[in-house]
Design a protein around this ligand. Structure first.
Ligand code: NAD
Length: 297
C-alpha cells in the first residue's frame, strides 16, 4: 500500500487520518498545531515536522484545511508549497471547503506540474468523519477521481462526481447554504414549540415523523439533551464551528454574486450566523445558533 501525507488534523482531519490508518495505509501527518498530530502517533501515524518531511516518499497527499488562505499557503507557497515539493505523478486530494476559484487555481497549478488533483470537500460532519461515512463531493477528471477512490472509500461511503475541477467546491457550498437554512429553521421550530409548552424531545420525535423532517433534526438536533451524542449535548463543542459555517455562507454569497443568483434565505442565514459570531460564539458548533433565538439571550 502507498504512503499518504495528510495535512490538517483538526476536528475533521484527525478522524479521517485515523480511518486511513485503520485500513493499513502508511500516513504521515502534519498540522501547524503539533498538539493535534501528537495523539495520532498512538494510532500508528508518523508525525512530520514540516511539509517537506510529510511528503517524503508519499505518492498521495490529502489536505483538510480551514479556508482558501490555508489551502493556497499549503499548495502555492513560493517556498515549500506542495506544487513545488511533490513529484509529477503524485495524487493530491483537497477535502477542504474552499471557493470554486481557489479549487480551480490550485488544481491548474498542480496539473501544470504533472500532479493529479481533485477537489473533494465532504459532507457528514465530525460524526461522519469518525464513522467513515462521509460523502465526498468531487471535482476533477474521471481518471484522477478513479485514482482517489480507494482513499476516499477508507474515509467515507459516498464518492460523488460533480464535474470538472472546482465542481466539488460548488456542490459543497450549495449543500452548506441549505444546511444553514434548515438548521436555523429547525431551531426556530423547536424554540417555538418550547415557548408554547412542548418538550423539545417530544416535538423532535413528532417532527421526525412529519413533513418537517430534515437532516439537522434527524442527525444533529440543536437542543441540548435531545440527542445523546450531538454537539448540543456537549456544550456545542467539537463539531462544525460557527466561524466555518460563516465562511461557507460567505462563499455561497460570493458565488451567487458571480452567477447573479437569488439566494434570499442563504443571505438571511449568513446575516444570522454573522450576528451569532459577534456575540462571541464563533468557535461553538453551528447548531448553537439556537441560543440566538432564546429570550434570555
Ligand atoms: P479545524 O479548524 O478543526 O481544523 C483545521 C486544521 O488545519 C487546524 O488544526 C489547523 O491548525 C490546520 N492548518 C491550518 N493551516 C495549516 C497549514 N498551513 N498547514 C497545516 N495545517 C494547517 O477545522 P475542521 O472542522 O477540521 O474543518 C476542516 C475543513 O473541513 C474546513 O474547510 C471545513 O469548512 C470543512 N468541513 C468541516 C466540517 C465539520 O463538521 N467540522 C464538516 C464538513 C466540512
Amino acid at each position: 500500500m502507498g504512503s499518504i501525507a495528510f495535512f490538517g488534523c483538526g476536528n475533521m482531519g484527525a478522524p479521517m487520518a485515523r480511518n486511513l490508518l485503520k485500513v493499513g495505509f502508511t500516513v504521515r501527518v502534519f498540522d501547524l498545531n503539533p498538539a493535534l498530530t501528537a495523539p495520532l502517533s498512538a494510532d500508528g501515524a508518523i508525525v512530520a515536522g514540516s511539509p517537506a518531511d510529510a511528503v517524503a516518499g508519499a505518492d498521495t497527499v490529502i489536505t483538510m484545511l480551514p479556508h482558501d488562505a490555508a489551502v493556497r499557503a499549503v499548495y502555492l507557497a513560493e517556498q515549500g508549497g506542495l506544487v513545488d515539493l511533490l513529484s509529477a505523478g503524485t495524487l493530491a486530494i483537497d477535502c477542504s471547503t474552499v471557493s470554486p476559484e481557489c479549487a480551480r487555481e490550485v488544481s491548474a497549478a498542480a496539473h501544470g506540474r504533472g500532479i493529479a488533483m481533485i477537489d473533494a470537500p465532504v459532507s457528514g460532519g465530525v460524526a461522519g468523519a469518525a464513522a467513515a461515512t462521509l460523502s465526498f463531493l468531487c471535482g476533477g477528471s474521471a481518471d484522477d477521481l478513479e485514482r482517489a477512490r480507494p482513499f476516499l472509500a477508507a474515509m467515507g461511503k459516498n464518492t460523488l462526481h460533480a464535474g470538472s475541477a472546482g465542481a466539488g467546491a460548488v456542490a459543497k457550498i450549495c449543500n452548506n447554504m441549505l444546511l444553514a437554512v434548515h438548521m436555523i429553521g429547525t431551531c426556530e421550530a423547536l424554540q417555538l414549540g418550547a415557548d408554547n409548552g412542548l418538550d423539545p424531545k417530544v416535538l423532535s420525535d413528532i417532527l421526525l415523523k412529519s413533513s418537517g423532517r430534515n437532516w439537522s433534526l434527524e442527525l444533529y438536533n440543536p437542543w441540548p439533551g435531545v440527542m445523546e451524542n450531538s454537539a448540543a449535548s456537549r456544550g456545542y463543542t467539537g463539531g462544525f464551528q460557527t466561524d466555518l459555517m460563516n465562511k461557507d455562507l460567505g462563499l455561497a454569497m460570493e458565488a451567487a454574486l458571480h452567477s447573479k443568483s437569488a439566494t434570499p434565505m442563504g443571505a438571511l442565514a449568513k446575516q444570522l450566523y454573522a450576528l451569532h459570531a459577534t456575540h462571541g460564539h464563533g468557535k461553538l458548533d453551528f447548531s448553537s445558533i439556537l441560543t440566538l433565538l432564546q429570550k434570555e439571550n
